[in-house]
Design a protein around this ligand. Structure first.
Ligand SMILES: *Cc1c(COP(=O)(O)O)cnc(C)c1O
Length: 398
């Protein structure tokens, strides 16, 4: 028997470390693009577990693939080969046109691997032990020490100093500010192709191309964090594909496993040829058969069902509707985003209240950055779900 909501919340707070101020909702099950709480209330899901559940809940073929793998083998360690990891890596290589994959368990671990790759690449050239990495202000790359060190958010960093050294911050979408941070010690530049947590800011084409050119000029590794904007969300399998700017290192997580915890960092030929070697990096769980069966199924289901094309179509529809809201309401300053990664910047109205009101209306949305309402639904939503979201959101606004 399910206990009542208050008891569950009380017991959770009694045992789980309070590092999140959670909404007082206890989610129990999902179906399609809807979630249900323990009281049976239905929510249209425009949060997708923070851009994770790209295929929603119980997408045909997904659960079956996981169940089949459970019946075979969950884990082996990286001391041996396994078929799901081989297949998942091949699919990620093919989708990205890059060269080699290292699977992790999370986004932040993928960032750690990317940072180590950049340092090793440069170390092999000059044996310096003081290499620097350029990161962006208002970025988000994760909570482990390396990823936190490149996360341009003072509040997240302050209590944990000293952080990893040799990080210099530049301004996103300001090429001159990046150029100004380059020294003879620089080994890499890391940025999100579309800043997510920072408030949904897509890179401008001029900026991304400019950063790539700087990397080529100085032989630095360009690390693009695609953890949130990748896997079809921005209307391309990887957001950088829209710009035609290929990174040397790409990080993935979130929707990579569509609910199974898994991440990856992916190297192009140049980075793969001269960086991490046996003994340099490892993980016990990373790339285990279960997680990789999920990744493999996700790539297959994306291809079979034309998910990326679908994102462009529904994304255009969503963008159009959101632009109407911007025109209609003074308290919405602008819309930013690509595909099904959209943000509405509010002014003069706290977005936190709108999130809570939306929940009452049966809609899950989240926030980002400075008073931005973030819409990152499952990629399988239809136009009718956009309409339903707008209906609920509009009622939450008044
Ligand atoms: C969520 C996120 C991360 C961190 O991923 P975790 O799996 O939470 O460690 C890193 N970068 C970006 C862009 C993210 O959105």
């Amino acid at each position: 028997m399910t206990e009542n909501k208050e008891t569950i919340i009380e017991r959770a707070e009694g045992a789980v470390l309070h590092t999140y101020n959670r909404y007082p909702l206890v989610l129990e099950k999902g179906e399609g693009v809807y979630l249900y709480d323990t009281e049976g209330k239905q929510y249209l899901d425009f949060a997708a577990g923070i851009a994770v559940q790209a295929l929603g809940y119980h997408y045909p073929g997904y659960d079956e693939a996981l169940k089949a793998q459970i019946d075979k083998l969950l884990h082996t360690s990286n001391l041996f080969y396994n078929v799901p990891a081989m297949e998942a890596a091949e699919k990620l290589v093919k989708a990205s046109g890059m060269s080699k994959v290292f699977f992790t368990n999370s986004g932040t671990e993928a960032i750690e691997g990317a940072l180590k790759t950049a340092r090793k690449y440069a170390w092999l050239k000059d044996k310096r032990e003081d290499h620097e990495i350029i990161a962006m202000k208002h970025s988000f790359h994760g909570r482990s020490m390396g990823a936190l060190s490149v996360t341009g958010n003072e509040a997240y960093q302050a209590p944990f100093r000293p952080l990893v050294g040799g990080i210099r911050f530049a301004e996103y979408n300001n090429l001159e500010s990046v150029r100004a941070q380059i020294t003879e010690k620089t080994c890499g530049i890391i940025l999100e192709t579309i800043q997510g947590e920072g408030g949904i800011y897509p890179a401008t084409e001029e900026f991304l191309k400019g950063v790539k050119a700087l990397c080529e000029e100085h032989d630095l590794l360009l690390i693009l964090d695609e953890i949130q904007c990748g896997m079809g969300r921005a209307g391309h399998m990887f957001a950088w594909q829209e710009y035609g700017v290929k990174p040397n290192v790409m990080t993935c997580a979130k929707a990579l496993g569509c609910g199974v915890p898994v991440g990856a960092f992916v190297l192009d030929e140049k980075a793969a040829a001269a960086s991490l070697a046996p003994g340099d990096h490892g993980t016990t769980y990373g790339g285990n058969p279960f997680a990789c069966a999920a990744v493999s199924a996700v790539f297959d289901l994306f291809a079979e069902n034309g998910i990326v094309d679908h994102v462009r179509e529904v994304g255009d529809y969503l963008s159009g509707k959101l632009d109407e809201l911007v025109r209609q309401y003074d308290f919405i300053a602008e819309r930013r985003g690509r595909g099904l990664m959209q943000g509405l910047a509010f002014q003069g109205r706290p977005v936190g209240e709108i999130v809570v009101k939306s929940q009452e209306m049966g809609l899950l949305v989240i926030t980002a950055g400075n008073n931005v309402l973030r819409l990152v639904p499952p990629l399988i939503i239809e136009k009718k779900h956009v309409d339903e979201m707008l209906d609920k959101l509009t009622r939450a606004l008044f």
